[in-house]
Design a protein around this ligand. Structure first.
Ligand code: SIN
Length: 287
């Protein structure tokens, strides 16, 4: 018998799951309740879970096969013993970054949508935090799609979008990439603009990231203004949840029906997060 409690964290998405110890394998009943809560709330927060790297990996594997991080700007894994773990940090040791994304804002995005089968999920674990700043926000892309005016929805049907591989969400060029001046030439996967979520069967807006995005088959200027309108709509505050981190929080999110962004924080403070991802599948059109 499971004793987990699920408490919504915002009207749009996000819930806190308590009454579970993530150091141990999750039993079948609790796992099924977590899966249902995840489908309903898209982002789940578990507080007070101080996990070692092997424990984070073991936990993550319960949600599916791990998807290693994409190439970072420095060309080698941050943790040589655990290459499946991505480090998100501003800390430098001997002048070398120990992780990605620094201390600046990370713009709205979903992870690794520049590949054909983007990750279905990510788990982010807070190991060191600044006194303030560095909050992370998620936005609900089912809601974003459902609330679009019909006229705009009609324009999206059957459309695909280029998801640029050139830059990460801190605006740093990935290793081996070169500058893009025309989004129509951006390298990266082409996904439906509205996907059908593989688990819930619901349509969701699937935007990836704004920079160098392009709606295939449109004039560039038409694509730019439609994308601007969609991004403005998709990140409206009423569709979002704000995560104010506490030490040892573990947050699990669905990468296919949410966007996320992060606030900047004090450059002299230390922030260290370890992150894993779960492999996804190709995404099919939702409309
Ligand atoms: C990210 O995965 O984009 C980073 C989120 C964070 O640093 O809170």
């Amino acid at each position: 018998m499971s004793h987990i409690t699920v408490t919504p964290l915002s009207p749009a998405l996000g819930a806190e799951v308590s009454g579970i110890d993530l150091h141990r394998p999750i039993d079948i009943q609790a796992f099924s309740e977590i899966r249902s809560a995840w489908d309903q709330y898209l982002v789940l927060r578990f507080r007070g879970q101080q996990l070692s790297d092997p424990q984070l990996l073991a936990l993550s594997r319960q949600f599916g096969e791990l998807d290693p991080p994409g190439p970072n700007p420095y060309g080698k894994p941050f943790l040589s013993d655990f290459p499946e773990i991505n480090v998100i940090s501003n800390v430098k040791v001997d002048g070398q970054p120990i992780g990605n994304l620094g201390d600046g804002e990370a713009a709205w995005h979903c992870d690794m949508t520049y590949i054909d089968n983007p990750p279905r999920a990510a788990l982010l674990h807070a190991l060191e935090l600044p006194q303030g700043g560095g909050d992370t926000y998620w936005s609900n892309m089912y809601l974003a799609y459902e609330t679009l005016p019909t006229e705009l929805k009609n324009k999206l049907a059957g459309r695909r979008v280029i998801h640029d591989a050139t830059y990460n969400s801190a605006g740093i060029m990935r290793k081996g990439m070169k500058e893009i001046n025309d989004p129509r030439e951006a390298p990266g996967a082409r996904h439906p603009l509205v996907i059908r979520h593989p688990d819930t069967d619901r349509p969701a807006l699937f935007l990836g990231r704004r920079r160098n995005s392009y709606i295939i088959g449109m004039d560039l200027s038409e694509s730019e203004s439609l994308l601007d309108a969609l991004w403005e709509h998709a990140t409206r505050p009423e569709f979002t949840f704000r995560q104010e981190w506490q030490l040892h929080d573990l947050v699990l999110w669905d990468n296919r029906c949410t966007l996320h962004r992060r606030d900047a924080f004090d450059a002299v403070a230390r922030r260290i997060m370890h992150r894993t991802q779960i492999k996804g599948t190709a995404l099919v059109p939702g409309v």
